[in-house]
Design a protein around this ligand. Structure first.
Ligand SMILES: [Cu+2]
Length: 338
């Protein structure tokens, strides 16, 4: 009996293990793991750091479900804390040390150590090192856009156009939207037709209807129109992501309606346009560029002024052009010509 229950437990454990493995592998198929490196010299806020940025890359774009792994390639201890650090100017002029918001926080990362964080929500997440708060970075998490169109519940739409009867059954509408997967900022073309819900015959032109678009529970568009032979069409561009309902109502003056639903996804191109800007490190190359622009020319001008002040008069008296000028201008006591 003991052996039997032991076998039963073993069987359950094996099944549970297989389930876990299949879940993990299916997640693995969807999610990526991306790397951010803390470069050598990141601990140094001055011009003599070889680091071009404090985190490399300082802004990384991923998708919901992806994991970011930070690895410390510097020679000092660093950490990763969500929130906003400080600018280098603040480092010099204030005692501000940044504000961690607690969304995620690593322990101390010794040289060579790594730490990972999985992002399950879309958005822009700023982070910094609390030991060196001028070290700022950001993770931009984009929605995972499906390759197939769905209704608002997530069920895949396989047949176009989508057909729906009004609740009272008197009318039927069909609607197709193109592209089928809706992104913000992308022009959608809605194409639709109306039929008699009982006979299935096409509704002739001139029958009034109303198209209303709801998104995230709010009405965002409404138009009165009349049916046309060959069907109606309309362009629409969504500004916001979220569930959307296309409603045809008051067809032929009736009181019923037919609803179609889908999802609008954040356009990754739009997200790229709003990427956060992270101040670069004050690295050696930047220091040289700074010196070339702000230090070398003023020093050169100062040197010239000094040389001119000290030896200017002797240089002027020795210049051949000046001698020629003197001989060319007649002396004041020369009046031969008058
Ligand atoms: Cu640090």
């Amino acid at each position: 009996m003991v052996l039997q229950s032991g076998k039963g437990l073993l069987f359950i454990a094996v099944v549970a293990g297989l389930v876990v493995i299949s879940i993990l592998s299916s997640q693995h198929a969807l999610a990526d793991n991306v790397s951010v490196v803390i470069p050598p010299g990141a601990a140094n806020p001055n011009f003599d750091t070889p680091a071009a940025e404090w985190f490399s890359p300082s802004v990384i774009s991923i998708r919901v479900g992806d994991t970011v792994t930070w690895t410390n390639h510097d020679g000092e201890i660093h950490n990763i804390a969500s929130g906003t650090g400080i600018t280098r100017m603040e480092f010099v002029t204030s005692s501000n040390v940044g504000t961690a918001d607690g969304l995620f926080q690593s322990g101390p990362l010794a040289p060579g150590e790594s730490w990972s964080q999985t992002f399950s929500k879309a958005g822009v997440f700023h982070y910094f090192c609390t030991i060196h708060p001028w070290m700022n970075g950001a993770v931009v998490v984009n929605e995972r856009i499906p390759t197939v169109p769905t209704d608002a519940s997530g069920a895949q739409i396989t047949k176009w156009p989508v057909e729906e009867k009004t609740l009272d059954g008197l009318y039927e509408a069909d609607l197709a939207w193109e592209p089928h997967v809706i992104l913000t900022g992308q022009r959608e073309t809605l194409v639709y037709q109306f039929y008699n819900g009982i006979t299935g015959r096409l509704i002739e032109s001139g029958v009034p209807y109303e198209l209303v678009i709801y998104q995230n529970g709010k009405e965002i568009f409404r138009v009165d129109d009349n049916t046309q032979i060959g069907g109606g069409y309309r362009y629409f561009t969504f500004d916001q992501p979220g569930a959307v309902t296309f409603r045809f109502q008051k067809i032929g003056g009736g009181s019923s309606f037919a609803d179609f639903s889908s999802l609008v996804y954040q356009n990754p191109n739009a997200t790229q346009a709003g990427l956060p800007v992270i101040q670069p490190a004050r690295n050696v190359a930047l220091g040289q560029a700074f010196a070339a622009v702000f230090i070398v020319p003023p020093l050169a001008v100062m040197a010239l002024v000094f040389i001119w002040a000290k030896w200017g008069s002797s240089i002027r008296s020795k210049m051949p052009g000046k001698k020629h000028m003197k001989t060319a201008v007649p002396p004041a006591d020369s009046h031969e010509g008058t």
